[in-house]
Design a protein around this ligand. Structure first.
Ligand SMILES: NC(=O)c1ccc[n+]([C@@H]2O[C@H](COP(=O)([O-])OP(=O)(O)OC[C@H]3O[C@@H](n4cnc5c(N)ncnc54)[C@H](OP(=O)(O)O)[C@@H]3O)[C@@H](O)[C@H]2O)c1
Length: 413
């Protein structure tokens, strides 16, 4: 339950974003949101960042934008670092700082969250549930503010998808009869329920439910912690590929960010929920084939052989954290030709285009003059080019550098 003292403040409403609080600016999507918010004229973005000092917070934000190829020195005067922590009461801010923010801000963009599929609800609760309550509390004092919250389609687990008589609409209620099973999604479920209580108390809340967000459409920069990308990295490091029935909705991060920023800029207080994903999906086989066409030598094996190679690799190099987490998630095959493990593998990845309705998002895209990019060789090739560039700069480790040499050799041949 949202604490009873939280409700919308009175006063003149939102007149378009000027002073925006952004959480999660050091994350994957947050970097793109910050970049696009700064693309709006006269907007100042206050970034809530965990750090020891404001200069350190600023350099973390700057380093993240640089990493994603989004940094521009002209941004400096319009970024205000705010040292805080979502998991702390009052966002870890002093009452004076909180009061100043309450009087100044007009828009809250909440992209910060603890995202760890291996941890339970308790581990996610303080940052993801407590942090959302604290942001709603901030929205409820001082000037009226709009709240824009990034959530996940995972708030509807498989049981909810199975119950639905068709695709799940954007205005579907989150039901207690279909609770997500993992701690991260549970925390997002609870956060959404609190946001909907805040909305019913007059706070203008918009929720953007995302699938697994894909690399930038032209720069190819991936989310290093996205499950599909970690699986791809594993294939590249091992020099192996395998056939699977994995299909993924492919919505590039720059398009997700642009959608959120255009909706919040349009200032028509739409509120409600959007399922932010593009209606086309792509097979993981096609992603691997794109890399093979760019010259990466990937030996095609059965999933069982890939799994074996991955677990051996993790046993030898336990410090390769991404691969270790992947190995913990992937289903073990029962034998060399085990097809059921392949099915269990595909079930880890949801092709959201099959399960979620997109009417409101499609309408908003049309109204805003936006459209999703086609999932073509250009978009998929951008990911491969990004990987090759990282290898050339020596950022992808020894085995991957060997893969790059192989790829260059193959390309030359
Ligand atoms: N990426 C996806 O495919 C995807 C899919 C569905 C939904 N989403 C949602 O989209 C949002 C952004 O995802 P993302 O991929 O950008 O995540 P991310 O890269 O893991 O970034 C998470 C951000 O949250 C911040 N954060 C975590 N705990 C915090 C705390 N206690 N106090 C302050 N900041 C904290 C992190 O700061 P530090 O740098 O200090 O750790 C980081 O800036 C999340 O709400 C996520 O649930 C993402």
């Amino acid at each position: 339950m949202l604490p009873p003292d939280i409700s919308a403040p009175s006063g003149p409403g939102h007149r378009g974003p000027r002073n925006v609080l952004l959480t999660g600016a050091t994350g994957f999507i947050g970097a793109h949101l910050l970049h696009d918010l700064l693309g709006l004229r006269d907007v100042r973005v206050l970034c809530l960042v965990r750090s020891a000092s404001a200069p350190e917070a600023m350099s973390r934000v700057q380093a993240n934008l640089r990493h994603h190829g989004l940094w521009d020195e002209s941004f400096v005067p319009r970024i205000v670092p705010v040292v805080g922590d979502l998991s702390q009461p009052g966002l870890g801010l002093s009452p004076e700082v909180l009061d100043g923010l309450a009087q100044t801000l007009d828009t809250l963009v909440h992209s910060g969250a603890l995202v760890n599929p291996l941890n339970d609800y308790e581990a996610h609760r303080a940052a993801n549930v407590g942090g959302t309550v604290e942001l709603l509390r901030l929205a409820g004092i001082g000037r009226p503010k709009t709240v824009h919250h990034l959530s996940t389609l995972g708030v509807f687990p498989e049981s909810a998808r199975a119950r639905a008589a068709g695709k799940i609409p954007e205005d579907a209620e989150l039901s207690e009869a279909s609770l997500p099973t993992d701690g991260y999604s549970q925390s997002r479920w609870v956060a959404e329920r609190l946001l909907s209580q805040g909305r019913s108390r007059g706070i203008p809340v918009t929720v953007y439910r995302l699938g697994e967000v894909m690399p930038h459409s032209s720069k190819g920069t991936p989310n290093p912690r996205g499950l599909a990308d970690v699986l791809l990295q594993a294939c590249l490091r091992l020099g192996l590929s395998f056939e699977s029935s994995i299909r993924l909705d492919y919505t590039p991060v720059d398009h997700v960010s642009r959608f959120v920023v255009e909706v919040l800029r349009s200032n028509d207080a739409r509120g409600g929920c959007f399922h932010v994903l593009q209606p086309e999906s792509v097979s993981f086989n096609d992603i691997l084939a794109t890399f093979a066409r760019r010259g990466f030598g990937l030996r095609n094996v059965l999933y069982a052989e890939f799994w074996q190679a991955l677990t051996e690799r993790v046993a030898h190099y336990p410090t390769e954290k991404g691969l270790a987490s992947l190995a913990a998630l992937l289903p073990a095959p029962l034998g060399a030709g085990d097809g059921r493990a392949g099915e269990a593998l595909a079930a880890l990845f949801t092709d959201a285009t099959r399960h979620y309705a997109l009417e409101r998002t499609t309408q908003a895209l049309n109204d805003l003059g936006l459209r999703w990019p086609p999932v073509d060789a250009g978009v998929l090739g951008a990911r491969a080019e990004h990987h090759l560039a990282a290898l050339r700069r020596g950022l992808a480790g020894q085995p991957a550098r060997r893969a790059a040499r192989r790829a260059r050799g193959a390309a030359a041949r």
